[in-house]
Design a binder for this molecule. Sequence first.
Ligand code: PEP
Ligand code: MN
Length: 337
Amino acid sequence: MIVIMKRGATRAQITNVTARIEQLGYRVHLSEGEERTIVGVIGNGRPLDREPIERMDGVERTVPILRPFKLTSREFHPQDTVVKVNGVSIGGEQLVVMAGPCAVESCEQIMEAARAVKEAGGRVLRGGAYKPRTSPYSFQGLGEEGLRLLAQARDETGLPVVTEVIEPQMVPLVTTYADILQVGARNMQNYALLHAVGEAQRPVLLKRGMMSTIEELLMAAEYILSHGNERVILCERGIRTFEHYTRNTLDISAVPLLKQLSHLPVIVDPSHGTGKWELVEPVSRAAVAAGADGLIIEVHPHPEEALSDGVQSLKPGRFAALMESLRPVAEAVGRTL
Ligand code: PEP
Ligand code: MN
């Protein structure tokens, strides 16, 4: 449940309420808004007697939260969370476009991609160093060398980097190079990994599993938040359906729905969501129109030579054109780019 404090409740009244709740064996999560404070109560599903709390000084009312996700929910935390990383704010008025190749392949490739992303107005560089591929015979990524190259591209362009971590034991290593840790669709319910990134000192980009419901995505986010990391960005990247003209079926309704249910920023991946470079621009525009806080897009200097996901990767020129085509849509929904 949540305890809604009265407007102007004093610090002492808030402390009394949190102390009382903790005394009863529950965990407390404070959300201090401009107008009033909301005290979230977390307790393993054990019901808490609301009446004695409602009688305490400074308390306006209590509201039970029936949804299974708590820290992630909008009820617990009514204001939008803005995730800040190296001068980039994700979840604010300005949209954030993350872009770069599916995988880091070489120094020349990542540098060329990084410069193109920066020049077109991308704000975060993406690139996989560890690739969780469906086939064991496909390119698996450059590993630590890939992380080093990403850090080099960041040093040159100033763009923070997002890269995937696929095992809990690798979190410390990836953290030394990356600004944002990506948990991929295939690992959305890898609870040991969610626990590890929950303890990391980096924001986490959590992608929706290809066979996961919205509630499962929010419960995965809840794992990360409940381990202490509140800097989580949710990503809709399409789910598997019977349709095979596209790689996945991008669930555009997930965007406004996630924004309703949760305070966390929501971005869209139109590259994996469609699997076709021709569809990336129109779907990006749709995502922005639907209220996404940003996009993550695959861009490769030479998609025809890419070691992974070339067919869904944009050439730099097409990426720049996409960025321009987003501007009027962003403006129409009250956002900047
Ligand atoms: C990726 O972003 O490179 C990736 C592998 O995406 P997903 O986990 O959504 O398939
Ligand atoms: Mn990819």
